[in-house]
Design a protein around this ligand. Structure first.
Ligand code: ADE
Ligand code: ZN
Length: 340
């Protein structure tokens, strides 16, 4: 056994990221570069001024800035550059497998075609598989502040790209937009062979998590942190080992918890839930996956074994086949045996 300090251990830990929005990886520097390339005016004079605006009071205050930022994305190359920059960072942080959310409606509502988005993203993912050895999938999210009819149109637009999209998800403003509104479109998606996930219990009540499980038949819940308010739900999530894709720095930035010390991730872990650690919108929230791991380690004094467990959970929860899963779990096992 070779003792490693926790930061070095996290850096080398083989990881899977299951909750990252590609539009949320748009760093201010790239936003300015793409704005100049595409001649799009920005509301900020400098990268520094933009960064300073990243003080959010809740989910909606973030989404307003996030959707405005996405306006600089216009051509397939823009989506390629964006996804590629994230994939290189993920690779540098020893992420082995990634499932990337994208929000087609954020772009199609601005007149950018579904095909433009897919061409760019697929190019970057293919290059990452070939040159970085990463496994990488796409999850298409429906914006819940738009209508279920709009979501259905988006599902139909995705048909030609079916083999490039692993699952569908549900994101954007949560309160007031319960999962049950999307029951039919999710049923259609499942009939079409898509797996399903949904953001639920980030700002919304535990009942939204119940709805996502019962009506949308999700394989994982994104965030899900408010489940602890409902004991029966926690029992159910534990018994079924439903993975929760928890995003600690996001939750603090969006004031779901007032500080990291007040975050419930340790309580979720201690409740024997299948917790995974993720970055959500790293360009806006001050850290990628390793910074999220490190932040909770510092806040809660997690052990090397705890971190191994969190990474194991993510590989177990990933939408990959049996052999690849075993390959990653074996690699993680070798790493843990060497350094724990
Ligand atoms: N879209 C991007 N980030 C999100 C989040 N944290 N919650 C809901 N929708 C999102
Ligand atoms: Zn999210």
């Amino acid at each position: 056994m070779i003792a490693l300090d926790i930061k070095t251990f996290i850096q080398g830990l083989p990881k899977a990221e299951l909750h990252v929005h590609v539009e949320g990886t748009l760093e201010p520097e790239m936003m300015f570069a793409l704005a100049a390339r595409n001649r799009i005016p920005l509301d900020f004079d400098s990268v520094e001024a933009l960064r300073q605006a990243y003080e959010f009071t809740n989910l909606q205050s973030f989404l307003d800035i996030y959707y405005a930022g996405a306006r600089v994305l216009r051509k397939a190359k823009d989506f390629d550059d964006l996804a590629w920059a994230y994939l290189e960072k993920a690779h540098a942080q020893n992420v082995r497998h990634v499932e990337i959310f994208f929000d087609p409606q954020t772009h199609t509502t601005r007149g950018i075609s579904f095909g433009t988005v897919m061409t760019g993203l697929c190019r970057a993912l293919a290059r990452a598989r070939e040159t970085l050895g990463l496994s990488a999938h796409l999850i298409m999210c429906f914006l819940r502040h738009l209508s279920p009819g709009d979501a259905l149109q988006t599902l139909l637009q995705a048909q030609p790209y079916r083999k490039h999209i692993t699952a569908v998800g549900l994101d954007s403003s949560e309160a007031g937009y319960p999962p049950k509104l999307f029951t039919d479109v999710f049923a259609r998606a499942r009939e079409g062979g898509f797996l399903t996930v949904a953001h639920a219990g980030e700002e919304g009540p535990p009942d939204y998590i119940r709805q996502a499980l019962a009506l949308l038949k999700v394989a994982r819940t994104d965030h899900g942190v408010r489940c602890l308010e409902d004991e029966a739900l926690v029992r159910d999530l534990r018994r079924k080992q439903v993975p929760l894709t928890v995003c600690p720095l996001s939750n603090v930035k969006l004031k779901v918890f007032e500080s990291l010390a007040r975050h419930n991730v340790k309580a979720l872990i201690d409740s024997d839930l299948c917790v995974t650690i993720n970055s959500d919108d790293p360009a806006y929230f001050g850290g990628y996956i390793n910074e999220n791991f490190l932040a909770i380690c510092k806040a809660f004094g997690l052990t090397h074994q705890d971190l191994q467990r969190l990474s194991q959970n993510a590989f177990r929860a990933a939408f990959i086949g049996k052999d690849l899963r075993q390959h990653y779990l074996n690699e993680l096992d070798r790493y843990a045996r060497r350094y724990i």
